[in-house]
Every structure is written in C-alpha cells, then in structure tokens.
Design a protein around this ligand. Sequence first.
Ligand code: UD1
Ligand code: CA
Length: 458
Amino acid sequence: MQRYAVILAAGKGTRMKSELPKVLHEAAFHPILHYVLDAAEAVSAERILTVVGHGADQVREVFEDRCEFVLQREQKGTGHAVMEAMPALTGAHGTVLILCGDTPLLRGETLDDFLGAHEREGAACSVMTARIDDPFGYGRIVRGQDGSLLRIVEQRDASPEEQTISEINSGVYCFDLDFLREAVTELRTDNDQGEFYLTDTVAICNEKGKKAMAWAVNDFEEVKGINDRKQLSEAGKILFRRKNDALMKEGVTVISPETSFVDPDAEIGYDTILEPFCTLRGKVKIGTGCTIGPRSELTNSSLGDGVRFWQSIAVEAVLGNDCNIGPFAYLRPQTQLADGVKVGDFVEVKNSTIGEGSKLPHLAYIGDSDVGSGVNIACGTITCNYDGFHKYRSTIGDHVFVGCNANLVSPVTIEDGAYIAAGSTVTKNVPADSLAVAREKQKNIQGWARNFRSRHQK
Ligand code: UD1
Ligand code: CA
C-alpha cells in the first residue's frame, strides 16, 4: 500500500517565547522537525508534506531538500491544516500518516508498527493513544462499552466525566486517504475554540460505518510534544540518552552518559572510549579503538582508528589512524592529518595537509600549508600565511626538521630533508637536504653584565 506523510507545523508555538518558529528550535543539535522527518522517512513514505504557516520561509529554507511544503496562511485548526494539504494529494490513494512537527521523540519503528496495525485491520482512521497520569490539556479518547473508539473530545470541550479519562490523543494518526479527503470537508467549527478539529474525523468515521481504531503506544515518552523551553531541554536529554544507549550496545564505552553529548547522526566504532563532557556535533565519524578525552569537541569531523584525541577541538577536520592529538589542540576547517600524526598542546592547524608520522608537538600555527611525512615542527613555529589582504600557501617537504621558533613567511617551499635553524625567519625557498639559517650571528661581550650591574647598584 502506498504511504504518504503530512506533518503539521504551521502553529506559532507561543509558549517558546521566540522569534524562531517552534520546529526550528534544536534538541540534540538538530531542529526538532529534523527528527519528525527522520521518522517519516523511516516508514518509506512516498511523499512527505509539511504544512507551514508561522515562519514558513525560514522552515522551508532549512528543510527544502527533505520534503514538500504546503502553506496554511491562517491557522484555523488541525483539521484546517489537513484540508489545506489535500489538493497536493489529488489522485493519490493509500495510507496517510499525520504527524506533528513538535514531537521529535517518536521513533520510526513505532510508526511502522502503527501503520502495520492500521493497514492489517483495514481501518479508515487510526489514532495513536497513550495512558498517562496527568492527561490535562490533551484530547481524550472516548471508547464504547465494547472498547471500540467512538470519538475524541478536547480538554476544553470535555464534560467533567470525560475529563477523568486518562487515555489521551497523541496527535498521530493514520487515515485511508480517500476517507480523509471526504471527512475534512465535513468538519465544523462548533467547538470552544471555533477551529476545525482534525480529531472530529473519528466520529465522522463511525457515522459512516467505517472502522476507527485506537492504538496505544507502549512508551508515552515517544509522543511527548514540545511546547516550551523546558520540554525542549528534556527532549534533548532523551535524544542524547538514546544515542549513548545505542553506542554502548555497539561496543563503545561511554564513561559518563549524562555528560556525553553525541549527535544522533554520529558514527562511532567499537572499543572507542568517550570520556566525560565530550561534544560531538554534526557529521562526526570516529573509528574503532579511539579515546576521546574529556571536554573534547568534534564538529563535522572524521577520525580513523586508534586515535587519541585529548581535550581538543576539531572542526571540519579529517584525521587518519593512530593520530595523537592534544591536549588543547585546535584543528580548523580543511585540516587533513595522515596516519600517525602528532599535534600537541596549543597547536593550531588550518586548511593544511600533514603527512604520515609528522609531529607538531607544541605551540605552533600551521595554516594554508602542505606538510610532508616524517616532518618535525618544533615549538613556536609559525607559518606567516596572511599579509592583511591575501593568504598564501607554503610547502614543507618530507623529513624536514624545523627548529624552534621559526617563522616561515608564505609563500615559501622547503624541500625534502632540509633543516631550518631555530629562530630563523625564512623568506626564501630552501633546497633539499640543506640548512637554512636566517638570524643574527651571536656575539659575546666580555664583562658587559658586571659593568651594567655596578652602574645600577649604589
Ligand atoms: C492537538 C489535538 C489533541 C491532542 C494534542 C496532542 C486537535 C484539535 N487536538 O491539540 O487532541 O491531544 O494535539 O499534542 O487536533 N497546527 C497547524 N495548523 C493549525 C493548528 C495546528 O499546523 O491551524 C499544528 C501545530 O503546529 C502543531 C499541531 O498542529 O504541530 C498540533 O496543534 P496544537 O495547537 O498544538 O494542538 P493541541 O491543542 O495541542
Ligand atoms: Ca490548539
């Protein structure tokens, strides 16, 4: 059976108290709508339509590659939002899944089970429900004597007796598309809010003698919506917890899950250890047997196997196997380290490639450079790559040894096997296997210090 998904995301999200549309607020490093789209993609929906209204342009811009959009100019209720989406589905038949843009915790597997039950039962309308201790504010599920689903009543329209019902409407539904198309035309606004309620389609389904079904979700957590900043933070916590649980299942040691912030999209190999307070954001890929030291931050970066990454930061960097990083290293965009590279404390590397086994143990800046293999760059070395207007590239060959506190004024080429004397400011190319010395010759003045002191001490 063909499956479609419609995500309702036109609402304002008043309680967020924000300029940003609610579905663009982030939990676990992604806008909450990202997770709803993930779930819709997981059930192989043929097409995914998102109904947008408040902040429509902003939402479109972020998700234009992932779904189609329907504009609901005025928000006249959930039923109205679905009405607005119907023309886009003209001529389509099958099952349509209705989701809310603000429920990021719903899992693809759960949706798949729900869709399976709906299709197996031949229902025209199925509602995902949950039994909760404090149902205040939610629509309540009204069942008949035989347990069948009769209708849904909103909190503000419910009688005192109906308000005692603890089974709630999660806001997730499956419909037979042909039924839904017809049912939304029959919705009325005769309720406390004067809105078109999608929930009224349940009673319409029964009136038409078609099958309406309530499907209770096991874990209420999955259907928790985000209405305010507190719920946003709670959802983020749950998403991080789930990621850590999945990683541990796959053989990753997570020393302190409550302080490990790993992007749900990150990939980490077995026998890798995450020390406390790591932040792994965006497309992060880490191999097997790595140690990610405490307070490290990795953003859109990839690490090979056996890397030791200690209290450091990497942004858009690519590291080979067995690299040894930090503490306090800063790897900036377009950094590429081959296998076995060491980048030690207070070293910054930007837009540079570093060859196999090369070492930058401490206090250096390498920018816009191609560094060969087996190179040793000693303490205090700087590539002077910027003249205030342009950036220039330098090349450092294989097995070059750069002594302490050298300035390499770009563009400059240091050929294979050359030595740079400590303290040199190198402005000319250095031929292979030679020594460049570019500093004042030392002279010693006998007795100068003794005379100096005696002049000043009375
Ligand atoms: C709705 C349900 C309620 C259910 C609850 C679950 C109705 C009438 N009630 O109530 O039974 O328990 O969800 O969370 O459906 N939206 C639009 N356009 C609109 C109105 C809403 O796109 O004109 C979107 C919102 O952005 C949101 C979703 O629909 O993502 C739900 O709307 P909301 O106003 O939060 O519904 P509730 O009052 O919570
Ligand atoms: Ca509402």
